[in-house]
Design a protein. Structure first.
Length: 127
């Protein structure tokens, strides 16, 4: 009985998502699920980059309205120009004591999950 209830609940959520989440505009589909990465980069101000996709194909990053293309088309890798933009923001430090490679690797893992969700949503919305 419990399994049947969970299955029914999941079906209702998927159907609800399919019919309510899709927009009919040609705008980017973006996610700010990564949250505030400021503390990771030694910033005292909030830094909220977004990962975006256009039709689930062309991925890019956006920070404060500026788009950053992904290195070799792979947005799971944090673009170097995005990292430099974060480090140069007022309230962010250029400390060399921060292991930027480790920070970028941790954020890349989160970005991969977010991109998978965005691509799935884009596919659902295209059909």
């Amino acid at each position: 009985m419990k399994k049947r209830f969970h299955f029914l609940l999941m079906i209702l959520m998927v159907v609800g998502f399919t019919f309510t989440a899709c927009e009919t505009t040609d705008e980017d589909l973006c996610s700010s699920e990564l949250g505030n990465v400021g503390p990771d980069y030694g910033c005292t101000v909030p830094v909220m980059p977004e990962i975006c996709t256009i039709d689930g194909v062309d991925d890019h990053w956006v920070l404060n309205g500026v788009e950053y293309s992904c290195p070799n088309g792979d947005c799971t890798v944090i673009p170097e120009d995005l990292v430099n933009a974060i480090r140069s923001m007022e309230g962010c430090s250029g400390k060399k004591s921060i292991d930027f490679a480790a920070v970028n690797l941790a954020l890349s893992e989160k970005a991969k999950v977010i991109l998978e969700k965005l691509h799935a949503e884009a596919v659902l919305c295209l059909n």
